[in-house]
Write a protein that binds this ligand. Structure first.
Ligand code: J2J
Length: 535
């Protein structure tokens, strides 16, 4: 049996409804109501487009009708791979109105990831663009469609055919179940291929509403979508959806570099945006020599990876705005420092959970026993917007969640006496490359597909700019002597996101771990990571 969605226990769900967290509203219904309230205000800006809430609503209605006219059916999964373009919003809301479930691929994903998303979700369609950032996404999507039997359509936003679809006459459609799955997000992953995360209208909207409030969004805020918007962070923390919810405009940044972002901040009087730590560091440096007027910027969110103390201290003075730390995950839990927190909290912690009903446990990773207050331990969480299970992953769910439904985040944290979390490390087999997550096992599997490779172990090595980079230790097959360069090219050519290609490859006769005997991959990775840190 495959389980699509592990529901919250009925009595817990009833509690979340009674508390007003879950309000029975779908994203489609939300947009209808926003279009009523903010009709002529700007909702989204990008390229040559500048659409009001009413225009966005109208486009989403037409696209919903058009997608159904293409033969897609409510409940169908659709792998969506769009960059930061304004069309992202009407397409996603169109899917929500039609009851279709977007699977949010990143622009960086390539054939191997897209094939996995499409086949695992049995997607009926892929929606993408043509050539973007020198990659022909439509060609990749067509190649995936040819391999995955369930895919009936490839739709290319920006093509004439899509323009025709988007001109379909709108029609009344039944509102989907607000407690049903609205879309599938991607996990950072720690085992093999990324897991799919089923999020409901009710649970996600709760996190979006509260994020908008906690980040101080107002109708006259201007939000810059700096990071790729299909990622959970720029989508919802507070992201494009938080901005929309507040009646604020979102400006789509085609690229996250300081030149592009500063130009848009000046031109659109941007008040808030979110970045990852390496980007914050680059912006801090660039701010010292920019002639752009950044004075509109009020809040810079930094998260996705740990924001070190030195960087945290430099952000406010360099960019003339407030820092807000955010620690979140596509599975649910999101923590923010609050805008009125004392300086020390903002600089030194990753903040408080969104909800009073977010349950937090800090435990001994081996025994699951609670550690003493203030001690370091593994973070477990459950709550009104944290999933109870991955999509069709029964076996993995048995270990990724406790029996009583806590999600094992794989993060090592400490809790301050006032409840803030401080992320101090990680217990999962994942590399956090400047906010981009890489599952060690996924890259190892690619390496081991090479005939000259007997075994591989991928670990994080410290990096001054990205925080971490990947190092692949490779044991060659008998008589073979593969070159690191060739192995990197091999992984890239298998069609994976560029950020997963190992930064360093060390070809070794045997794993340089002595005295450990026959080790598990987990122990081996730990030993190699320790070795890499010393080198
Ligand atoms: C240390 N580690 C962090 C932080 C995330 C908001 C913000 C980020 C994400 C995200 C998100 C961290 N300090 N400030 O979805 O809504 C690491 C942790 C965490 C993992 C989740 C959001 N912020 N992390 O990054 O699903 O290890 O979500 O478990 O990509 O990123 O990764 P992801």
């Amino acid at each position: 049996m495959t389980v699509d969605h592990v529901p919250w226990p009925p009595e817990v769900a009833a509690r979340y409804r009674a508390a007003g967290h879950w309000r029975g509203q779908t994203f489609g219904a939300l947009l209808t109501s926003l279009a009523g309230t903010y009709a002529d205000r700007t909702a989204v800006v990008g390229g040559d487009s500048r659409w009001t809430f009413a225009e966005l609503d109208e486009r989403a209605h037409r696209i919903a009708a058009g997608l159904l006219a293409e033969g897609l059916l409510p409940g169908d999964r659709v792998v969506l791979q769009l960059p930061n373009i304004p069309e992202f919003l009407p397409v996603v809301f169109g899917m929500w109105r039609a009851g279709l479930l977007p699977v949010f691929a990143l622009p960086a994903h390539r054939e191997s990831e897209l094939r996995h998303f499409a086949s695992h979700s049995e997607a009926a369609a892929l929606v993408t663009v043509g050539t973007h950032d020198r990659h022909d996404h439509a060609a990749t999507a067509r190649a995936v469609a040819a391999e995955v039997g369930s895919v009936r359509r490839v739709l290319e936003v920006g093509s004439d055919a899509f323009a025709e679809l988007a001109a379909t006459a709108p029609r009344e459609l039944p509102d989907p179940d607000p407690e049903g799955v609205a879309f599938l997000q991607l996990s950072g992953g720690s085992t093999g291929l990324p897991k799919l995360i089923p999020r409901t209208h009710d649970d996600y909207l709760y996190s979006v509403r509260e994020s908008a409030r906690i980040c101080g969004l107002r109708p006259d805020s201007v939000h810059l979508a700096t990071l790729p918007v299909s990622h959970n962070y720029p989508l919802s923390s507070p992201g494009v959806l938080g901005a929309l919810y507040a009646g604020a405009a979102t400006v789509m940044a085609p690229r996250p570099d300081a030149d592009t972002a500063f130009r848009l901040i000046e031109a659109e009087r941007v008040t808030i945006t979110g970045v990852v730590p390496p980007l914050a560091a680059a912006w801090v440096q660039a701010a010292a020599r920019t002639e752009r007027d950044l004075s509109s910027l009020e809040v810079l969110l930094v998260g996705g990876a740990k924001c070190g103390r030195e960087l945290a201290e430099r952000i406010g003075p360099a960019l003339g705005c407030r820092l807000q730390q955010v620690f979140g995950m596509a599975e649910g839990l999101v923590c923010y420092t609050r805008l009125d927190d004392p300086e020390e909290t903002v600089l030194g912690t990753q903040g408080l959970p969104i909800s009073p009903d977010d349950e937090i446990r800090v435990v001994d990773p081996d025994t699951d026993a609670d550690v003493a207050p203030g001690e370091e331990g593994a973070l477990l969480t459950r709550g009104p917007y944290t999933i109870r299970g991955y999509y069709r992953a029964e076996e993995h769910n048995a270990t990724a969640f406790t029996e009583d439904g806590f999600y094992r985040t794989g993060d090592l944290v400490r809790r301050t006496p006032t409840g803030q979390l401080e992320v101090v490390g990680r217990a999962k087999e994942q590399i956090n490359r400047g906010g981009e997550k890489i599952a060690a096992a996924e890259v190892e599997n690619h390496l081991m597909a090479h005939p000259d490779v007997l075994d591989a172990a991928v670990v994080a090595v410290p990096d001054p700019y990205l925080g971490e980079r990947t190092c692949a230790y490779v044991v060659p097959a008998a008589g073979a002597s593969p070159a690191g360069r060739d192995l990197r090219a091999f992984v890239r050519d298998r069609g994976v996101a560029a950020f997963k290609v190992p930064d360093l490859v060390q070809v070794v006769e045997d794993f340089p771990v002595t005295g450990v005997g026959k080790t598990s991959k987990r122990e081996l990775r730990a030993a190699l990571a320790a070795l890499a840190r010393k080198e």
